[in-house]
Design a protein around this ligand. Structure first.
Ligand code: WQD
Length: 347
């Protein structure tokens, strides 16, 4: 019988791509989402791409213990991938209580319910933000985490620690929790079908949705935050990871847990390309690949941005048997195809 994976936050940007890859790898998937930061566009897209009309979908809030408990009662869950969280860095600074409550309580509920149902494999969606402004680049999983600069970043660190501690406490018991934290670098792009992709509400915080919205005319001009950084062209360096590649890393990590291949009960992997790309390079690549002249200007630095971060990916390459495959050009073409399709879908 196919193994079953619960994807919390499965109607969102990364969750929808992961759902597609899990299904095409032969897993059964149960999707839970409170729809607080998405609509049904991506879940409908998932059904079209996979040709599966009957993916169980629960509109529930993981902060509600009884709802999470119902999921585990109604389904024999082999693994959980937990995406359900708030993710706007700036908002988290303004509304820390909202962020701590949502991001911590939902994860605690998942863990407590999973444990009470006999244990489970739990994959937590963490972030490169846990490294902060690292001294030595690229960062490895051993690079020390630095104090978080936002409540959002702090919830990522805290959830990693909670998972580690729960794994430790349940090892050897009848209710074993195994855990993997995947630290994403900068996820961008969309599925090649252009049926699912990033769907930011309001003004995008992240670079690529801002680029595509400027290209399509929703925004007048892209502001590039700072061109006086100590980098070759003066703009920040990031490791932009294609969202489909990222989704495949989740399938590899889930299989590792379910197939009993873990070397430790709690493991951490960087998920990036290992290649730094500057903001300016990314903008120019978008223009080149899509034949578009983008309206952009250089403005002051954005407070809180690190100069440079990119991943050492050897551990994920060797242990997960996973490697980023799509080129940044393919990814930027997919982001643009998605933006154009979205304007049709939302007409
Ligand atoms: C990338 C680069 C900006 C917008 C954040 C979170 C992280 C993770 C992903 C999410 C930076 C520059 C951006 C713009 C710009 N969390 N930029 N103009 O800041 O690396 O990571 O998102 O859920 O935890 O911190 O990503 O896409 O915002 O920025 O010049 O309009 O693009 O300064 O150098 P970031 P980003």
């Amino acid at each position: 019988m196919a193994k079953k994976v619960l994807v919390s936050g499965g109607a969102g940007y990364i969750g929808s791509h992961v759902t597609v890859e899990l299904i095409s790898a032969g897993y059964d998937v149960v999707v839970a989402d409170n729809m607080s930061n998405c609509d049904m566009t991506c879940f409908e897209g998932v059904k079209k791409i996979t040709g599966k009309d009957d993916i169980p979908f629960y509109q529930i809030d993981c902060c509600d213990f009884a709802s999470v408990n119902r999921l585990f009662t109604e389904h024999e869950i082999d693994a959980v991938i937990h995406f359900a969280a708030f993710k706007a860095v700036g908002e988290s600074v303004a509304e820390p209580i909202k962020y701590y409550r949502n991001n911590l309580v939902s994860f605690l509920n998942i863990l407590e319910v999973a444990k009470s149902h006999g244990g489970c494999n739990v994959l937590f969606s963490s972030s490169a933000t846990v490294y902060g402004e690292a001294d030595i680049l690229p960062v490895t999983e051993q690079t020390p985490r630095l104090p978080a600069t936002s409540p959002y970043g702090n919830t990522k660190q805290m959830c990693e620690d909670i998972l580690r501690d729960v794994v430790k406490a349940t090892t050897g018991s009848e209710n074993v929790i195994n855990g993997i934290a995947l630290r994403y670098f900068n996820p961008i792009g969309a599925h090649p079908s252009a049926l699912i992709g990033e769907l930011p509400r309001g003004v995008p915080n992240n670079l690529v949705p801002f680029i595509t919205q400027t290209a399509i005319g929703k925004r007048e001009c892209l502001s590039i935050f700072g061109n006086d950084y100590p980098t070759e062209d003066g703009t920040c360096l990031r490791d932009y990871i294609d969202v489909v590649d990222l989704a495949k890393a989740h399938v590899a990590a889930v299989s590792r847990m379910i197939d009993g291949k873990m070397k430790n009960g709690y493991e951490v992997f960087n998920v990036g390309t290992g290649r730094p790309v500057s903001v300016y390079e990314l903008v120019r690549a978008f223009e080149r690949v899509n034949g578009i002249e983008l309206n952009y200007k250089f403005v002051d630095r954005r407070p809180g941005d690190v100069v440079a971060i990119w991943a050492e990916t050897t551990l994920a390459n060797n242990e997960l048997g996973w490697k980023a495959e799509r080129t940044v050009e393919e990814t930027l073409a997919s982001a643009w195809a998605w933006e154009r399709n979205l304007s049709l879908l939302q007409k």
